[in-house]
Structure formats: C-alpha cells, structure tokens
Design a protein around this ligand. Structure first.
Ligand code: SAM
Length: 265
C-alpha cells in the first residue's frame, strides 16, 4: 500500500498532509495543551482527528477548521466527534478569528499540527488576533521553531523572530521525528507554545511600520543598517536613537526594532 494512504485517505501534498500516528507524541501534545471544560478550543487542520479525538475527550465542545472537503465530511460523520465539534470547512488563512471569539463569548485557545507550507503566513494571520487568543500550540518544522525563539546575534534570528516575539512569549515544547507521521516528512518537527502578551513588553504605534522596518533590514541582512535602512533613516537619526549604524539586522533587539518603528515619520 502507498505510504501516502492512511486510514483509507490519500494524503494530499498540496494541503501539507502528514498525519500523526505516534501515540506517545499525541499524548504528550495533548498533555501540553491541557484542554479544560468550558474553554474555547480551536484546532487548525484536524485531518484524521489524531489530536481532535483525545482533546474532545476532555472538553464538551471544540471548533475545527479544515480546508480538505473529504476530511471535513469524515469528521462530521465520526460518531465519537459529531455531537461535540463544529466543523468549519475553510482556509484558515482567511478565517476571521474575532468573529468566532465573539460568537463563543470567550477568548480562544488555538492548536494544530500545521501544514508546513503555510505555517509562517498562518502565524502572521493569527498575530492579528493576538488580543483574543489565550495561547497557541503548534507543530511546526523544527527549523521554524528555532527561528521563532532565536535571539539577536545569531543566524536564525530574523523577521519572524522579531514579529513573533513582539506579540508572544514563546516556549519550545518537544521535538518530533519524521517517523511519527504518515507519510513521513523530510524534515524534523517540533511543538511550540506561543502565549500572546496581555501587556506587551514594547509597544509600537503602528504595526505596519514595524513590519516594514524588519522587512527592509532582514531583506539585506548582510548589509549594515546604515545601508539596509537608508530609505527610512539617516545616520544621524540612528545615532540619536542610540543605535549604531554599523550594526547589521541580526544585531538589533526587538526593543530596538520597536524604537525604530516608533521613530519613523
Ligand atoms: N491534525 C492532523 C494530524 O495531526 O494528523 C493533520 C495534520 S496535517 C499536517 C495538516 C492538516 O491541515 C491537514 O488535515 C490539511 O488538510 C489541513 N490544512 C491544510 N491547509 C489548510 C488551510 N489553509 N486551512 C485549514 N486547514 C488546512
């Protein structure tokens, strides 16, 4: 049998389908999430319900968002799940999480073994809803988790690190080998917990400006910021902010990026 077939479903590459089948890893993820009765749990990409079933055993209701029509229908027909879950057949990248939070009257706890091809844009989409999210647990490519938690002065520190750390406190949870999935992905994976700050350590007046500064700086990460940020700041302005123009993008802290965003006119 093709290794792409799992529980009678042919895994679709375009939807990043790698299904978890390792009981120990599944239990560890559910233990990390700690689902509790009364919470508004939302799963992105439930697939064949590897995480959905054990989570559903601990709560009275959960919402799942699944883009694959066949899988969405299978979930609705699952006798263990069908009176406990609301299945939203939609692309999570365009989903309005505010509306769901309003409808449920609660802030959300989001989790999922994310399709790797869209995990970064999906996290950026979710950061827009940070105010109505209590926490997020995601399975990601290990390399993405490394970038999420990286601090200044290292090669993994980039735009994703700065933007994610602006919104969230980030805690790596566990590493997962390719053999835990069917079909096995080519890369190592890891689970991470992201907790949006109730009170952010540094505030920016306009998030779009923070996004622009980090994009311009890291797009030319080998150049000094004197050069990479020359469209936005003069040497004198950088020096006035106590930021050395000879530094490179990876040498600046999240606080310094926020300072730059707030100084830009
Ligand atoms: N949760 C299952 C598990 O752990 O075995 C499946 C995980 S699989 C890596 C990713 C899941 O996300 C698949 O079910 C896939 O169909 C779904 N998916 C892919 N792109 C999506 C999108 N844009 N919005 C919602 N679900 C998506």
């Amino acid at each position: 049998m093709s290794n792409r077939v799992h529980q009678g479903h042919f895994a679709r590459k375009r939807f990043g389908q790698n299904f978890l089948h390792d009981e120990f890893i599944i239990e560890s993820i559910v233990a990390a999430i700690q689902p509790r009765e009364g919470q508004a749990l939302v799963e992105i990409g439930p697939g064949l319900a590897a995480l959905t079933i054990p989570v559903s055993k601990q709560v009275d209701h959960l919402t799942v968002i699944e883009i694959d029509r066949d899988l969405a229908h299978r979930l609705l027909e699952n006798p263990i799940l069908n009176n406990k879950i609301s299945v939203i057949e939609q692309d999570a990248l365009t989903f309005d999480f505010n509306q769901l939070s309003e409808q449920l009257g609660k802030s959300l706890r989001v989790f999922g073994n994310l399709p790797y091809n869209i995990s970064t844009p999906l996290m950026f989409h979710l950061f827009q809803y940070a105010d109505i999210i209590d926490d997020m647990h995601f399975m990601l490519q290990k390399e993405v988790v490394t970038r999420l938690v990286a601090g200044p002065n290292c090669k993994d520190y980039g735009r994703l690190s700065v933007m994610a750390q602006y919104y969230c406190h980030i805690i790596p949870v566990l590493e997962v080998p390719p053999t835990s999935f069917k079909p096995a992905p080519k890369v190592d994976s890891a689970v991470v917990k992201l907790v949006p700050y109730k009170n952010k350590p540094y505030l920016v007046n306009d998030i779009k400006t923070l996004s622009r500064v980090t994009t311009e700086a890291f797009n030319q990460r080998r150049k000094t910021i004197r050069n990479s940020l020359s469209n936005m700041f003069t040497d004198e302005q950088l020096t006035e902010l106590d930021i050395n123009p000879n530094l490179r993008a990876e040498n600046l802290t999240v606080e310094q990026y926020c300072l730059l965003a707030n100084a830009w006119k």
